[in-house]
Structures are given as structure tokens and as C-alpha cells.
Design a protein around this ligand. Structure first.
Ligand code: GDP
Length: 423
């Protein structure tokens, strides 16, 4: 590679030429493979600058690919997700979206909606001829089916979005049960801590971990106890809210304390793993079992025999990954039982988040689909065909916003802002 003005040699390298339209962006693309040192880069960039070229903005390649029809918006977002993926499950979800499954689903709905609209508009254009009742029935029937499909798709428990953002696991329990110690133990033990989360409240400390390929955010919360103290009460309120919002709860209690064990057993909600902590303070695992047995109803909690079969896996006919509550004995001090707890948690997470069908991954998509369903419901109740047609057009527009099939200029800056340079 030489400077065209001075003839000075800049580097030896390889140039790949991808002619339009069969390049990633759909434009002519030249790729230089150089000895990427700062000096080589500076010299080459300087020459290229003189030729009127500039460095790409973050996300610019993907944006151009989208504008040239190489990708839909969902695929462009999938590239951002793939670049940001920290765990296996996130990588797989992003790749699935990049394959275009989600786009195909929404385009299929758009096509059906377009057909409905075409039928209706034909009827409006010929007002003298009444719409045959069977066509009216077909329009209404198809609209109802579409609404049902969209609603089913929306009722996915936010799994795709959670997989993108991290699955929330709240550590709750009475004060001094060992919640913070447990969080510390897990965060030090897990080799693959993905990132500490900044900006948490004073009462809730969060740590992001990679649990068997799934992104999990563990939140340590204030202890559950009645208090007159205003600050403590606020902490408790936040704890309860976090516990409610979390997908899974780890209820930690002192294994020596039947009172706390009873409190744990009474905690409502199916996705709760009971954690009997401080077993090192008991003489033996058998003693641990006896210590908590009085507080637990063996009828509900299938596995209260703390010494063995922590996860119920030894049991025939065990409901794999189901919502049955179990007790896992641990010591946050010595680390005993932590692996069994992580594997119980991992099983629960994998059971819920093993995703096969295309799922929603962003609040943006959810909002557009909710709007779409709302327009369709309004269309069903519309008293004039013209109003009904307008509702169908608005529903189509909402769907088009997701894939970028309608004008989304105002959205693009927001979507591509999060990309990194070179994508
Ligand atoms: P939290 O209020 O639930 O967050 O409880 P902490 O993690 O602050 O623990 C309360 C006290 O119990 C601390 O003094 C810990 O060192 C102690 N502790 C926590 N876990 C264990 C354990 O497994 N064994 C023993 N012996 N002490 C523990």
C-alpha cells in the first residue's frame, strides 16, 4: 500500500473487494487487512482522509445494511445484541433473531392483515353492493384469530426480554440469616461474573453472573422484619417489591431456627428455593434436618431431608425443574452446599428460559404489538367500515414499526445509538 501523492510505502497488506449489491451493506465495500499498529493506522487513515473517506459512526455499517434492505430492524437489533452478548443463552437468542424467525412471524401477520384490509377496502369502494355476510364473517374471524395469536405471543412471561437484560433472582430472608454472605460467596466463586451493576439503591446490591450460560442478576435485599424505623421500613418495602418482581427467590434462613424455617415455608409464590444456611454450626447434616423439620410441612416441601438429595434429583418421578419448593442446606461461611444451590438454581432457570419458538426481546417490540392488538380490538367494535379500515391501517403500521417496513426514520437514531464502532 503506497501513498498516492508521495509514493511512500505505508504497509504490506491484503485488500478484499465486495462489489455491490452483494456485500454486507449492499454497497461497494473494500476491506484492508493491515498490520494494525497505531503508526500504520495513522498513516493509512491520513491518506484515506485525503481521498474524502472517514471513520464509520457506531452502528453505521448495520444502519446502511438496513437502509439498503439487507436486514430488517429486528435483525439489526440482533447484531447489537450479538455484539453485547455475555452468555451462551444470550448469544443463541441473538443468533435466532438474526436468522429472521421473529421478522418472518411479524411479516406473516402483516400479510394477513393486508389481506383483511384489502377485502374491507373493496367493500368500501363499492358501497352499493353490500358486503356479503360471509366476507364480513371471514374478516371478523380472521381478526379474532390474529388478536389471539398476538396475545399468546405477548403472554410469554417476558422471557426474551429477561434473557437480554438478565434474569432477576432476589435473595430474601430474615436479617442475619446470611444473605449478604451468600451473595459474596457466590460472586467470588463464580468464575464468570459478567459485570457489577452500578446505581443500585442503598438497600439492594446486585451482582450479574453467568449461570450455566444464562445471565442472572442476583439481588441481595434488606432483611424481612417489622420495624418502626423509617429507613428500615423503606428498605423492607423495596425488598418486597424486588422479591415480587424477581423471577426466582432464594429464601435464606438460619438452619438452627425453626421459627425462621416456618417463615420461609410460609413465603408465598411458587418460584422460591428455600436455603437453610449456617449448617456448619450444626453438628451434622442429620442434625440440620432435625433443626428445620419442625417448621416445614413435609407434605408441601418434598425434600426436607437436608443431608441428601438436595435437589430432589435422587427421587424417582421428581418434577424436573418444576415449581415445587425444596430446601437446600448450605453454609455461606464454608461454602458447603453452594454448588448444589447453584445447580438447583441453574435447573430452575434453564427450565423456564430454554426458548425454542421466536420470542420478543425488547420492550419496543412489545409496545408495538400491544398497540397492534389494541387497534384490532377496536376494529372489531367499529361501527363504520371506514373506521374499521383505519384501525386495520394503524394496526399494520404498528407491526411495520417493529421490522422497519414503514417509515421509521425517527426510530433509527435511538436504535443505532447503542451500537459499537465497526458494526
Ligand atoms: P444478612 O443480614 O442476612 O445479610 O446476614 P449476613 O450475611 O450479614 O450474616 C450475618 C452473620 O451471620 C454474619 O456475622 C455472618 O458472618 C454470619 N454467617 C453468615 N452465614 C454463615 C454461615 O454459613 N455460617 C456461620 N457460622 N455464620 C454465618
Amino acid at each position: 500500500m503506497v501513498d498516492p501523492e508521495t509514493g511512500e510505502r505505508l504497509d504490506d497488506g491484503l485488500v478484499l473487494w465486495f462489489p455491490a449489491p452483494r456485500s454486507a451493506t449492499g454497497e461497494d465495500v473494500g476491506e484492508f487487512h493491515l498490520h494494525g499498529s497505531r503508526a500504520v493506522l495513522a498513516a493509512v487513515m491520513q491518506v484515506l482522509g485525503r481521498l474524502g473517506l472517514r471513520v464509520a459512526e457506531p452502528g453505521e455499517f448495520t444502519r446502511r445494511a438496513f437502509l439498503n434492505g439487507k436486514l430488517d430492524l429486528l435483525q439489526a437489533e440482533a447484531i447489537a445484541d450479538l455484539a453485547a452478548a455475555e452468555t451462551e443463552a444470550q448469544r443463541r437468542q441473538a443468533l435466532r433473531q438474526l436468522d429472521g424467525d421473529l421478522g418472518s412471524l411479524y411479516r406473516g401477520w402483516s400479510q394477513r392483515l393486508t389481506r383483511i384490509l384489502a377485502h374491507l377496502e373493496a367493500a368500501i369502494d363499492f358501497p352499493d353492493e353490500d358486503l356479503p355476510p360471509e366476507i364480513e364473517d371471514r374478516i371478523l374471524g380472521e381478526t379474532e384469530r390474529l388478536i389471539a395469536e398476538i396475545e399468546r405471543h405477548l403472554a410469554d412471561g417476558h422471557r426474551g426480554e429477561r434473557l437480554r437484560d438478565g434474569i432477576m433472582v432476589a435473595i430474601i430472608g430474615p436479617p442475619n440469616a446470611g444473605k449478604s454472605s451468600l451473595l459474596n460467596k457466590i460472586s467470588r466463586r463464580e468464575a464468570a461474573i459478567t459485570s457489577p451493576i452500578a446505581g443500585t439503591t442503598r438497600d439492594i446490591v446486585e451482582v450479574a453472573i453467568d449461570l450455566q450460560g444464562y445471565p442472572v442478576v442476583l439481588a441481595d435485599t434488606a432483611g424481612l422484619r417489622d420495624s418502626e424505623d423509617v429507613v428500615e421500613r423503606e428498605g423492607l418495602r423495596r425488598t418486597l417489591r424486588r422479591a415480587e418482581e424477581a423471577e426466582i427467590r432464594l429464601f435464606v434462613f438460619d438452619a438452627r431456627c425453626p421459627e425462621e424455617a416456618r417463615g420461609a415455608a410460609a413465603w408465598p409464590g411458587p418460584d422460591t428455593i428455600l436455603v437453610a444456611n449456617k449448617v456448619d454450626l450444626l453438628r451434622s447434616p442429620e442434625a440440620a434436618g432435625r433443626a428445620v423439620m419442625p417448621g416445614l410441612d413435609p407434605g408441601i416441601h418434598g425434600d426436607t431431608s437436608l443431608g441428601q438429595g438436595v435437589n430432589g434429583r435422587d427421587k424417582p418421578g421428581h418434577d424436573e425443574g418444576g415449581t415445587q419448593e425444596r430446601v437446600v442446606p448450605i453454609s455461606a461461611l464454608t461454602g458447603e452446599g453452594i454448588d448444589a444451590l447453584l445447580s438447583a438454581l441453574g435447573e430452575r432457570v434453564a427450565h423456564t428460559y430454554r426458548i425454542e419458538a421466536p420470542v420478543l426481546t425488547r420492550a419496543r417490540h412489545r409496545q408495538a404489538l400491544e398497540e397492534c392488538a389494541q387497534c384490532l380490538r377496536r376494529a372489531l367494535g367499529a361501527c363504520l367500515p371506514e373506521l374499521r379500515a383505519e384501525d386495520f391501517r394503524l394496526a399494520l403500521r404498528s407491526l411495520g414499526h417493529i421490522t422497519g417496513a414503514v417509515d421509521v426514520e425517527d426510530l433509527l437514531d435511538v436504535i443505532f445509538r447503542d451500537f459499537c464502532i465497526g458494526k
